[in-house]
Design a protein around this ligand. Structure first.
Ligand code: AHG
Ligand code: MN
Ligand code: MN
Length: 339
């Protein structure tokens, strides 16, 4: 007998706790997870099956696409459009929303996803992942438009990610805390290995791409300079730093052992309001982090309250240990009130 509850049992038991549940959501989640298992397999065998490297195409955000970006996107679309629980999908790799083909029934949910996060790391065998967020399709709408996807993070029904690292982990929230699962490749099932994940409110570890220091705003520079100063500075203790360049891996580390992550606003022309996208990166990760007791801000407001006005809109992201996020928010407030 193996130990640990399977993901399938976990979601069915969750469903039983909601008496009015139709089971649609459970089946949708199952389909998403199956798609991610397929992506996991391709990522795993990438070096052997010739799917690494650039596709030599650009996505709508002007970023070069990797072959695996496109493959993962296609896997998600094909694995999900038939299921009958979605009214539409949107992803980092598609300029416009993806309507469900007419031969399939429509459902009451919308799915937004980043099929492969951190894909600059595919050639170097460093952890990458898939991020997803489930939204409700407005009542009575069977042919959603882009506007129907433009929902603030607080309206998410579910958010999750699958991390393709030394082990494949699924982390999920439906607004009742955060649970983590590990893929058992032998039986093809995720097993509940990390129930009720929490983020300590304090930390001595931070993650930010410091090569962008000169582009940051003064409050972020102040915060990072104080961390650099360590025991000799105003914080009176040393801090450690990490930067994987895969948000999924950074958030996972924070859920496992704490920390704070920043991809702030900067003055580079192509970044402006931050690098990460609201709908399929910032919102789902913020939902998970908040549900684990952490916090998430743009520096100036709770990230999940921001109303998006375009599909691929970017946003500054600061998330993780609550005390650090509050401190950074305070530094922004002080800087803004001095202006
Ligand atoms: P993606 O691969 O989906 O485009 O996302 C990469 C993101 C994010 O995962 C990571 O935190 C960040 O870009 C890394 O950016 P830098 O290369 O600027 O450090
Ligand atoms: Mn990404
Ligand atoms: Mn991506």
């Amino acid at each position: 007998m193996r130990k640990g509850m399977t993901f399938t049992r976990f979601i069915f038991e969750e469903q039983r706790r909601v008496p009015e549940s139709t089971g649609e959501f459970t089946l949708l989640l199952n389909a998403i997870v199956t798609a991610c298992k397929e992506i996991s397999d391709d990522v795993n065998r990438g070096q052997l099956i010739n799917v690494l490297g650039s596709a030599n195409t650009e996505n709508v955000q002007g970023e070069m696409q990797k072959k695996l970006d496109i493959i993962s996107n296609d896997i998600m679309l094909k694995a999900l459009e038939w299921c009958g629980h979605l009214a539409g999908m949107a992803s980092e790799e598609m300029e416009n929303i993806y309507p469900i083909s007419p031969q399939f029934p429509r459902g009451k949910y919308l799915l937004v996803f980043d099929p492969l996060d951190g894909s600059s790391n595919t050639e170097v065998n460093v952890s990458i992942g898939t991020i997803f967020s489930i939204l409700r399709c407005p009542e009575g709408t069977t042919d959603p438009t882009e506007e129907d996807f433009l929902q603030a993070g607080t309206r998410q029904v579910c958010a999750g990610y699958v991390l393709y690292g030394p082990a494949t982990n699924l982390v999920l929230t439906t607004g009742q805390g955060v649970n983590g699962f590990t893929l058992d490749h032998d039986i093809g099932e995720f097993i509940l290995t990390h129930p009720k994940l929490t983020i300590p409110e304090d930390t001595n570890e931070f993650a930010i791409n410091t090569s962008n220091f000169r582009y940051w705003e003064p409050p972020v520079r102040r915060y990072i300079e104080e961390l650099f100063a360590g025991a000799d500075g105003p914080r009176g203790r040393d801090f450690n730093t990490r930067w994987v360049a895969s948000m999924v891996a950074e958030v996972h580390r924070i859920l496992m052992r704490g920390g704070v992550f920043l991809y702030p606003k900067d003055s580079r022309e192509n970044i402006g309001e931050g690098k990460l996208r609201i709908l399929y990166e910032a919102n789902p990760m913020s939902f998970i982090v908040e549900q684990a007791g952490g916090a998430s801000t743009t520096g100036r407001e709770r990230l999940m309250t921001v109303q998006p006005y375009t599909l691929h809109q970017r946003i500054p992201v600061i998330l993780g240990a609550r005390f650090e996020v509050e401190r950074i928010t305070r530094y922004h407030l002080i800087a803004d009130s001095a202006d």
